[in-house]
Design a protein around this ligand. Structure first.
Ligand SMILES: O=C(O)CCC(=O)C(=O)O
Ligand SMILES: [Fe+2]
Length: 340
């Protein structure tokens, strides 16, 4: 199945969050009653250009409409979803085939309806050990990792690990105050450096970065590793250099956001730690590279599920979108690697 499509019907009233809908076998859009479809596991699926649109949606409150993104996926991905059988294309860290626990891996949509849509696709490195991951091309032209490219690594951090970081961050947040002198801080964003969260959190953070993220580069993006760090293997022998107060857990309460910036390091890794029902709002907005800050407002907002590693280069402008309610926890780290 290829080719995306979209249908438009009038929508009035408040716009609800984006939904995904599968196109039918001939590319036809589903009826409004189907707009509550969750995305299927996307492994092996080529997601076509999706055109965000909105239509009156009977499943939501009267007077509201939701943004629907229609997309088509490879037929085998649909049948894998329907039968509940494990989908192909993902390997566990132990090397076995598995279904990504991050069910949808990504919800992506444009903040504005008529922008050219992003391309999202599964990617796979060349090596025998390569892991599957996703790439969101935020604009054209794009080059994996280096230009208009955000990589998504499913299951980078386990549920139990997310919970342990949240727990220690919450405990720490309750006895420390927000540093309102720092440039990013409002009272609704508490940035908790991992080095203040205890040895266990520090060890976990180091493990995520060295044994998972650097390993990911070695397996999947050896050329990027070489160009960034001067070598394509043994990256774990180099030392991390972070900006002050990173790695950290960002803890956003209602109204909390992180304004547009770039991280100015070789690599950034962000991981949502919170459960899906822990907050409303949030997400990370990305702007195309090299076009001047927010000039055209053509942002892509990613709302990946808990545990997915969101990886991008240090020139990419991005922002943490406001949390509307609840608490959103994100593990954040940007780093260079240096020889000791
Ligand atoms: O909260 C987010 O989604 C982004 C956070 C961020 O960009 C940062 O901490 O540098
Ligand atoms: Fe950032």
């Amino acid at each position: 199945m290829d080719g995306g499509g979209a249908a438009r019907a009038a929508g009035k009233g408040p716009v609800r969050g984006p939904k995904w809908a599968l196109l039918g076998p001939r590319g036809e859009p589903p009826g409004p009653e189907q707009c509550t479809f969750l995305p299927p596991p996307l492994s092996g699926a080529q997601v076509s250009d999706a055109v965000p649109t909105s239509f009156q949606c009977s499943c939501l409150e009267r007077g509201a409409h939701c943004d629907v993104i229609y997309y088509s996926v490879a037929a085998d991905a649909v049948s894998a979803t329907a039968s509940g059988s494990p989908c192909s294309g993902f390997l566990s860290r132990g090397g076995e085939r598995c279904q990504p626990t991050a069910r949808s891996v990504i919800t992506t949509y444009y903040g504005r309806a008529n922008e050219k849509s992003p391309r999202m696709q599964t990617a796979r490195g060349d090596g025998a050990q390569a892991q599957s991951y996703y790439e969101v091309q935020t604009a054209a032209p794009s080059r994996p990792f280096f230009e208009n490219s955000v990589l998504l690594i499913p299951d980078l951090v386990s549920r139990a690990e997310c919970h342990s970081l949240i727990e220690v961050a919450d405990r720490h947040a309750s006895v420390t105050s927000v540093d309102s002198s720092s440039s990013f801080a409002g009272t609704c964003l508490h940035r908790l450096p991992v080095c203040e969260l205890g040895l266990e959190a520090e060890a976990l953070s180091f493990n995520i970065l060295r044994d998972r993220v650097l390993h990911f580069f070695e397996l999947n993006l050896p050329e990027a590793a070489e160009s960034l760090f001067g070598q394509r293997s043994n990256l774990g022998r180099l030392a991390f250099s972070h900006s002050r107060a990173e790695p950290a857990v960002n803890r956003y309460t209602a109204g909390g956001e992180f304004s547009i910036h770039h991280d100015a390091h070789s690599v950034t890794v962000n991981v949502l730690l919170s459960e899906p029902d822990a907050f409303l709002g949030g997400g990370t907005a990305f702007w195309p590279q090299g076009r001047g800050s927010s000039a055209d407002g053509a942002e892509v907002v990613l709302q990946p599920p808990r545990g997915v590693g969101v990886v991008f280069n240090g020139h990419v402008e991005h922002a943490g979108r406001p949390v509307l309610s609840g608490v959103r926890h994100v593990f954040v780290s940007s780093f260079n690697l240096v020889r000791e």
